[in-house]
Design a protein around this ligand. Sequence first.
Ligand code: SAH
Length: 233
Amino acid sequence: MHLFFPSRKKGDLFYISGDEYRHLRVRRVHPGEELGIIHEGKIYRCVLREKGKGYAVAETVSVSEPDIPEIELTLYQSVTHSLATMDLIVQKAVELGVTRLVPLLTERSFAGTSAVEKRLTRWKRIIGEAMKQSGRAHVMALDPPRRLEDLNPEHGLNILLDNFHDGKRMEQLDLKGVSSVSVVVGPEGGFSRAEVNTLRERGFTPVRLKPYVLRTETAVITAVGIIVNLAGP
Ligand code: SAH
């Protein structure tokens, strides 16, 4: 079932316009056929009733339960120099159920704050696409960029992906029952030793992934994938 974002809801009806209407045309959804609508944390199974010039109308058949994440997962991702890598990480974070992504500015990350802010629009579009692709109904929040100096541990488990020190192994973290996790990941060139030491002193738990030094995107996908599958009630 193809999923779409509506521009408006009126009773049992959803109106689809703009880019989403174009998407519906590309997918060749015709009146009488089934489609899904993502709206406020739920997926509505609908039937297409009308296809006009530049808009379409879908009628609700049934509604899913609200898609509530099992754990609150915040990803502090150092902004990579490669736009393509950052795009990939945003997409994978949505698929893996990250609740909030905070682009992090570090010594060796992509430097320009204003350039990062300009990219937020592109990342929001990637978030929407990934939600439709993966059937996720709750939006992944995307924060404005934050500096590493301003980062402090929050409630729950605060993990620093650290390839310098012999940190804890994933299996040594007691993830069962944990409902809130933050993960901090370095850029392509890694964190500096000073940055890692600062975060450790502030109370982030260093974690070392097996078996080698991983690219930043590999490290995120591995760590988040393990956490999402093992943490929670
Ligand atoms: N060029 C750097 C590696 C950077 S890897 C070097 O040679 O040291 C980018 C980021 O991915 C790191 O800052 C860290 O956050 C994470 N990472 C990579 N491999 C890891 C591992 N084995 N364990 C934990 N974190 C890792």
